[in-house]
Design a protein around this ligand. Sequence first.
Ligand SMILES: Nc1ncnc2c1ncn2[C@@H]1O[C@H](COP(=O)(O)OP(=O)(O)O)[C@@H](O)[C@H]1O
Ligand SMILES: [Mg+2]
Ligand SMILES: [Zn+2]
Length: 511
Amino acid sequence: MVTQRVWSVALSGIDGFPVEVEAAVGGGLPRVQLVGLPDAQLSEAKARVRAAVLATGLTWPPGLVTINLSPASQPKAGTHYDVAVAVAALIAQREMEVVTSTPTVLIGELSLDGRLRKVRGVLPAMLAAARAGFERAIVPAGQQDEAALVPGISAWGAGRLAEVVDLLTGKPVVNPTEAAEASSPPFEGPEGFEPDLRDVVGHSEGKFALEVAASGRHHLFLHGAPGVGKTMLASRLPSILPDLAESEAVEVSAIHSLAGKQLTGLIERPPYADPHHTVTPVALVGGGTGELRPGAISLAHRGVLFLDECPDFGSKLDALRTPLENGTITVNRARHSATFPARFQLVLAANPCPCGRFGLAGMECRCDPVKVRRYQERLSGPILDRIDIRHQITGVNRVLMDVDADPGESSAQVLARVVEARARQARRLAGTPWATNGEVAGSYLRRELPLPGDLGVLNTALQRGTLSARGVDKVLRVAWTLADLAGKDRVSDTEVRAALLLRQGDLRGAA
Ligand SMILES: Nc1ncnc2c1ncn2[C@@H]1O[C@H](COP(=O)(O)OP(=O)(O)O)[C@@H](O)[C@H]1O
Ligand SMILES: [Mg+2]
Ligand SMILES: [Zn+2]
């Protein structure tokens, strides 16, 4: 039996649920009323949809049109309901009759001339639709490939409302058109570009720190004088990270789709986000007007969040504490909130002081000591405490750089070792919620995994006060990664000692 029910999808973060759109036509003055917790942006659909229907040469119901979006208890935001609202009104007006017996989800904004506009979030909308059992969707033309990334969904692309009507009423589409570009701002997130480690001369220790960080997904802090290559090194971390697992690729792609990226395939490489310190809090953590959008910390989900010159981020760094703790961020607004995944690998870079010379041999810092302390304190405490590896980069002899010294290994060579180390972790952690040493809970590290036979090194560091209790877990995590890179099944005090050194490359020399 063919029902005349009309469906769209509501999104909340990267999750969503089907929304049924119904229209009822009554007498009285011509008016459109939208019920079912629409936000302001969605309420503007009334005028857009009516204009688009008229521009298509179809009849808009005279009198009062009531559009109901259910479930009514859930807030709904966004412009992608337009097509479903138009179709519901046309069915109520008996302008059209759906002939396809497969329930179809309708996604798309309408422009006043009856064209569809591309929208954000097609992938997460289709994931939600597929979970709810839908098999078919109509999306703006050009976005059907993104929709079809979801197994089980077959998607049609429509450029005009007239095409949507033809598709649903079983008529062939003549002269298919392209959809209009999205009305929301274009995607401004990270795009895939991976410079190679081979470009970096020297810095063998820095490269090793990067390799360890990549292997265990450990947070990393690089510090040193300006111009020594901190930014250069950090921006090469993605080039030694393994491809995302399929479930991660789906999550990452869904987030980027919500941010407005037009997808042609799943994003398979770990993303890299490097917001400038002048970034707005909304762009950093997410939010905004209308539909809530993911921020840089979510665009870095399952990838790298690089904060260069990190003391300059100031109090914005505090917003990272919760995501660092639980891997998600919840953005609240008056009527609704949304939770986005935000499990990123944090890489921080900083100069030792505002002028960059503090504590460096043979150089004189010109900063006011109070300013130096304040600069360093911005980093200390909660954020730096969560960093597993701290590394001071010292300058490379210019001569080396000028004579084109042996560039050392390429990213591909290092990546091969990282992949091996990741495989060892995956085997050891099979059956746990974690895949890498960087994520493992401290209690699991201490109770479920064999401890190094000799705890002497750790105990001494604890007694001397150079290691905090929380630091013990960090050191153990990194020690395991070092063992994984060395192909060992246990950590010994060799790895613990090395992990301690990696941990203690601190501004103040204490972990
Ligand atoms: N080890 C290095 N190998 C090759 N080039 C380097 C190296 N270190 C610095 N450079 C050059 O100096 C520039 C500044 O490096 P950068 O990474 O921005 O320094 P920092 O972030 O530490 O201030 C780079 O763009 C690069 O051209
Ligand atoms: Mg820099
Ligand atoms: Zn200084």
